[in-house]
Design a protein around this ligand. Structure first.
Ligand SMILES: NC(=O)C1=CN([C@@H]2O[C@H](COP(=O)(O)OP(=O)(O)OC[C@H]3O[C@@H](n4cnc5c(N)ncnc54)[C@H](OP(=O)(O)O)[C@@H]3O)[C@@H](O)[C@H]2O)C=CC1
Ligand SMILES: Nc1nc(=O)c2c([nH]1)NC[C@@H]1CN(c3ccc(C(=O)N[C@@H](CCC(=O)O)C(=O)O)cc3)C=[N+]21
Ligand SMILES: [Mg+2]
Length: 285
């Protein structure tokens, strides 16, 4: 038995079809959504992600606003780029590509963003809204994971979900999202202090691996039929590798592979957050 693939590319394409028609409605109201990116330095991985986001914007009809700064940019220079995007009415949402180079105060820069333009959902105000159950932009990777499971009818209500990783972009906000009443999953967040990872994973109906450790999840850890989502990405000499060993796919009932699973959904949710921000701007005009 081999697993049903949770196909992030096909799902992204369906989402982009929907976004294109919403962009057309916005155009009738005289608004073209704009996504900004702030990229500091020349890390090839970060540069590739930012290129991918702008390529997707072009497919959907979203204007791209790039702010590329040198690796030695000062705190003030990055702050100025943020202030400009906050003030620019053609920018409905933007992201500060993480991680920032050493020496920059990431927290201060994220807090400087206008929470209404936070396309990543990572501003402290928006993370606070998520905790409080108030509406706001949702973090892209967690939202993409929930959307992927929903579209493949993988049941979440009452499901036992084990998340490996408590990072602020994936694991921590995913726990918050999945434990809302609308999802109603029971979540365990694992990390390097977890005593027996294999025992935790074995209990799971759904496993989300977001540690960034190649091959961390092996076939023997899984209950047959479990859904396994490979989120982790590690750059090696042989290319990008995920956290889930290939043999685990034979045991699983559903697999979101890396590549082709959660990554494309992350980008689709980023663009969705921007279109939603533009729709709010039109409604409040
Ligand atoms: N596909 C996609 O769309 C995206 C993929 N990613 C990828 O997801 C991964 C996680 O990202 P992010 O949250 O930002 O990363 P962080 O580095 O912030 O978090 C990694 C987490 O994994 C935990 N961890 C590391 N090793 C182990 C281990 N052996 N056993 C158990 N837990 C472990 C860490 O535990 P501790 O807290 O104890 O250190 C930490 O909580 C990365 O590989 C990143 O590249 C990120 C964003 C989007
Ligand atoms: N402020 C901020 N927001 C982020 O959302 C953010 C970030 N910083 N820093 C880095 C991580 C990583 N991330 C990915 C996005 C898309 C893919 C993606 O599209 N992956 C493809 C493969 C891409 C390839 O082959 O290079 C896939 O999995 O199929 C992966 C990873 C967003 N991140
Ligand atoms: Mg992926």
């Amino acid at each position: 038995m081999s697993a049903t693939i949770l196909d992030g590319k096909a799902t992204r394409d369906a989402i982009y079809d929907d976004l294109r028609s919403r962009v057309a409605v916005l155009a009738e109201a005289g608004v073209r959504p704009g996504l900004g990116t702030v990229l500091v330095g020349e890390d090839p991985g970060s540069a590739a992600y930012v290129r991918g986001k702008h390529r997707d914007c072009a497919k959907v009809g979203i204007t791209s606003l790039r702010r590329d700064l040198p690796a030695d940019a000062t705190q003030e220079q990055v702050a100025t780029a943020i202030d400009e995007l906050n003030a620019d009415p053609s920018c409905h949402g933007y992201i500060v590509q993480l991680p920032l180079p050493q020496g920059l105060d990431t927290g201060a820069l994220l807090e400087r963003m206008d929470p209404a333009k936070d396309a990543d959902g990572l501003h402290p105000v928006n993370l606070g809204r998520l905790v409080l159950g108030e509406t706001g932009p949702l973090p892209c990777t967690p939202r993409g994971i929930v959307e992927l499971l929903r579209r493949y009818d993988v049941p979440l209500a009452g499901a036992k979900v084990v998340v490996i990783g408590r990072g602020v972009t994936v694991g921590r906000p995913l726990g918050l999202l999945l434990t809302r009443r609308s999802e109603n999953a029971t979540v365990t967040l694992c990390h390097t202090g977890t005593k027996d990872l294999a025992a935790e994973v074995r209990r799971a109906d759904i496993v989300v691996a977001a540690a960034g450790k190649p091959g961390l999840i092996t076939a023997d850890m899984l209950t047959p039929g479990a859904a396994v989502l490979d989120v982790g990405i590690t750059r090696t000499e042989d290319g990008l590798v995920g956290d889930v060993a290939l043999q685990a796919r034979e045991i699983a009932g559903f697999v979101a592979p890396m590549p082709g699973g959660v990554g494309p959904m992350t980008r689709a949710m980023l663009l969705t957050n921007v279109v939603e921000a533009a729709e709010r701007a039109v409604r409040s005009a």
